[in-house]
Write a protein that binds this ligand. Structure first.
Ligand SMILES: *Cc1c(COP(=O)(O)O)cnc(C)c1O
Length: 430
């Protein structure tokens, strides 16, 4: 029986909720809706659970927006951050190096696809994407091919919310309104023939193609057919177009491999990492590049060939220390092997409990990335709100209920998660 959260709020919770409504503007949120509701105020995290200011426990079914890897409050990561804090909280990478950012870059290059040899840090998935786009653009300028300045992106793509990332995005609901602000891209459907045609005709004007490998997350967990990514990589290479793999959502074990590109033996030219990089503890991102790209930015001082980009908190030592601790846990706990087992357990549960429901039109899964498509318009939000009653926090993308539990979730917790979603769908769509 899933845990039922209490419906009473203590005085402190009411006060915090009132202050939140007075002062905080929440992302992707209709605030008039929010202000009519009763927000959960989260105070603590423990393993797979979030705990609110009234002491109610909620299974974190979306890993605090796809970030938490080894659970909340992992001693190993907490200790690493504390130890780093005693040495240094921040120092810039503009003109200086720092200890954990050196070690982390080394570790990332070790585990990344073979041809990625250099690490450029930033702070969010969006900035990792902006950097990849600007690197690709400047690369061709400096290779003497300035006409190669456009980008190919996929329909339903999501690469973040800054203006460059939105330009290569393809979700109308998020991106449509900003149309006049964006640069023009070549959008292709997920279909090898269509890409081949575009490349045959326009590759001379294209700097790079950007893809979310295997799974388009924010679009609602849309799965690409097997072999598609491999074909994209082959075609891009054959046409002298760089391939940018946006692994912000799929990276760090989510799909059952460390990086989704590994499923198809693909080594992209640029790779964007963020969300799970620090295990979900601190904001940090990285754009990995090949030596060939890096070398195009070398020259004499005064040649002005360096990469003109850098954020203030680039390579923050606390965040890098958290990421290093997270990578150590991947090894110590054989996390990838466990994810494969958990994904299979979850698949069975979803087949038993969710797929047969009349209100469910499709269940999509890759590793621990799951989209439950409801056949009823507008129900996704209500189902997710209802799940709180059963002690589970999940978040919908339109009519899709997303499950993205921490990679550390246990088998009994998976059963709680699926049971709560099952009951919520039945309650809302009886
Ligand atoms: C979340 C996401 C981003 C944006 O990351 P932020 O840290 O929110 O800026 C970019 N690409 C993909 C594939 C994502 O899922």
């Amino acid at each position: 029986m899933p845990h039922r959260a209490s419906t009473k709020s203590g005085e402190r919770t009411v006060q915090l909720a009132d202050l939140d409504k007075r002062y905080v503007w929440h992302p992707f949120t209709q605030m008039s809706d929010w202000n009519d509701g009763r927000p959960l105020v989260i105070e603590r995290g423990e393993g797979s659970y979030l705990i609110d200011t009234d002491g109610n426990r909620y299974l974190d079914g979306v890993s605090s927006l796809w970030t938490v890897v080894h659970g909340h409050g992992r001693a190993e990561i907490n200790d690493a951050i504390r130890a780093q804090l005693d040495d240094l909280a921040h120092s810039t990478l503009l003109g200086l190096a720092n200890v954990p950012s050196v070690h982390l870059a080394h570790s990332l290059v070790d585990i990344a696809p073979a041809e990625l040899e250099k690490v450029f840090y930033s702070d969010s998935g969006s900035t990792a994407v902006e950097i990849a786009l600007k690197m690709a653009f400047q690369y061709w300028q400096q290779r003497g091919r300035p006409d190669k300045h456009r980008f190919i992106s996929l329909v339903n793509a999501y690469h973040g919310d800054t203006v460059g990332a939105v330009s290569v995005g393809g979700i109308d609901l998020f991106h449509g309104i900003f149309g006049k602000l964006l640069f023009d891209t070549i959008q292709v459907p997920i279909e090898v023939g269509a890409l081949e045609k575009v490349l045959d005709e326009q590759a001379d004007g294209v700097a790079a193609m950007i893809v979310e490998p295997l799974v388009q997350g924010a679009a609602g967990m849309l799965m690409q057919p097997d072999g598609y990514l491999g074909e994209v990589a082959r075609l891009c290479r054959a046409h002298d177009v760089l391939l940018i793999a946006d692994e912000v959502a799929t990276g760090f074990g989510r799909t059952g491999k460390m990086f989704a590109c590994e499923h198809e033996g693909v080594s992209p030219d640029l790779m964007c990492l963020a969300k799970g990089l620090t295990g979900g503890y601190l904001p940090l991102a990285a754009t990995l590049a090949t030596r060939e790209i890096y070398d195009a930015f070398l020259g004499a001082r005064g040649d002005n060939k360096q990469f003109f980009h850098g954020h203030t908190y680039t390579g923050n030592p606390l965040a890098c220390a958290a990421a290093l601790a997270s990578l150590r846990l991947f090894e110590q706990e054989k996390v990838i092997e466990r994810v494969v087992v958990r994904a299979e357990q979850l698949r069975v549960l979803l087949q038993e409990r969710i797929a047969p429901l009349k209100a469910v039109s499709e269940v999509r899964q890759r590793g621990l990335m799951i989209g439950i498509e409801l056949g009823v318009e507008g129900a996704g939000y209500d189902v997710c709100q209802r799940a709180r009653h059963y002690g589970v926090v999940v978040r919908n993308l339109g009519d899709v209920v997303v499950l993205m539990p921490p990679l550390s979730i246990t088998e009994p917790e998976l059963a709680i998660l699926v049971s709560a979603v099952d009951l919520s769908i039945q309650d809302v769509l009886k």
